[in-house]
Design a protein around this ligand. Structure first.
Ligand code: M5T
Ligand code: MG
Length: 242
């Protein structure tokens, strides 16, 4: 069967409600199942806004966002959430147990699936270190876990749902470089059939992506692989050197 999860943006322009100027202009790209598409760019470039259009946190002003050829505006929310898992830049945990937090998108997941996701997300040790394990309570707002742990639990939650498309918005930034590398290697094995879209700050996080979009001021200014962009993109070179 053909793999699912092809994402296409066609000439997308977007303004926040009430704003005058568009935050995204003429965005076009395709992300394919089995591949990793990365988005990089300075703060305020529009990366978070861009990835929020697929799960329809906002709808486009003009252009189309398509999932396997169907405009997301024609899909209902439950279909999109079952097929697209987004790990937000500021991941949220609910007050409740780790298990509740992980089962959020897939209530009938088995314990084995939860542990498997935790292992991939490099969060297994953190959950195992207390005897309460999966029943450990997360305080309101997740204040009793660190930023990096919150990110990893949020990644594990996304893995549990086994979606066609993963969106990681700056999800690896709170991790040290070694954990980041380990996590992404494990992730690669688990997301082989899915479309993976990674927003990143660090070039090392995305150097092996199949395609990288360089976003600046709401526009894609350059695109290519890491090696290509090193040759051709002054904006990318600036990010590498920063
Ligand atoms: C892009 C504005 C923001 C900036 C531009 C999320 C959000 C953003 N903006 C709003 O007006 N309202 C909002 O709710 O849109 O912002 P971004 O998409 O958050 O940029 P980024 O993700 O590339 O930045 P960063 O800092 O995460 O690297 O003008 O004010
Ligand atoms: Mg952002």
């Amino acid at each position: 069967a053909e793999k699912k999860g092809r994402v296409e943006f066609r000439d997308v322009t977007f303004k926040y409600p009430g704003a005058e100027a568009p935050v995204l202009s003429n965005i076009s790209f395709t992300a394919e199942p089995g591949k990793t598409l990365a988005i990089i760019g300075s703060t305020g470039a529009g990366k978070t806004t861009l990835v929020s259009l697929l799960p329809r946190l906002y709808d486009v002003a003009s252009g189309d966002v398509l999932l396997d050829g169907v405009p997301v505006t024609e899909m209902d929310a439950s279909e999109i959430t079952s097929r697209v898992s987004a790990v937000p830049q500021k991941p949220y945990l609910f007050s409740g147990t780790i298990e509740h937090n992980l089962r959020f998108g897939k209530p009938d997941a088995t314990d084995e699936e939860l542990w498997d996701a935790l292992e991939t997300a490099q969060a297994k040790g953190f959950v195992e270190e207390k005897s309460s394990g999966l029943n450990r309570r997360i305080a309101q707002g997740g204040t009793n876990v660190s930023g990096g742990q919150r990110q990893r639990l949020s990644i594990a939650r996304a893995l549990v749902t086994k979606p066609n498309v993963y969106l990681f918005d700056d999800s690896f930034s709170a991790l040290d470089v070694a954990t980041d590398a380990r996590l992404r290697k494990a992730l690669k094995g688990k997301t082989k059939d899915a479309t993976v879209i990674i927003v990143a700050q660090r070039v090392s996080t995305i150097a092996d992506a199949d395609e990288i979009l360089v976003l600046d001021n709401g526009r894609i200014v350059d695109r290519g692989t890491h090696d290509e962009l090193l040759e051709t993109s002054p904006t990318y070179q600036e990010i590498v050197e920063s």
